[in-house]
Design a binder for this molecule. Structure first.
Ligand code: FES
Length: 118
């Protein structure tokens, strides 16, 4: 099995912010040597919120369908396995089997319209 990283160095270019339509989320997989980092970014206007793609309940990647990280209303992050709900701005679980737990933040920034790890 390939090693799965839970953190990654700053300064890696991730592409333009416009690749994440406002109000949606996008999956990112970065290959570092023989290991992989799996994360996702939620965009709300010019604000971005990144998290490691691992649910605190059972450690699974949240989305079973590509980029499906949000509830239908787009106001919460939802784990597709057992329905845990997380606040977008801080990753705190507010409902489901891991209530009170937190997604691991993945620090990302936007500079001149481009996304970078931070
Ligand atoms: S693995 Fe996410 S709610 Fe169970």
């Amino acid at each position: 099995m390939r090693e799965r990283l839970s953190e990654i160095r700053a300064g890696i270019a991730l592409g333009p912010l416009t690749q994440i339509p406002d109000g949606t989320a996008r999956n990112y997989v970065l290959k570092i040597g023989d290991a992989y980092f799996h994360g996702f970014i939620v965009r709300q206007g010019e604000d971005v919120f990144g998290y490691v793609d691992a649910c605190p309940h059972a450690g699974l990647p949240l989305a079973q369908e590509l980029d499906s990280y949000l509830t239908s209303g787009g106001d919460l992050i939802m784990c597709s396995w057992h329905g845990a709900l997380f606040k977008i701005n801080d990753g705190v679980c507010i409902g489901g089997p891991c209530a009170g737990a937190k997604l691991t933040p993945w620090h990302v920034i936007v500079r001149d319209g481009e996304l970078y790890t931070a």
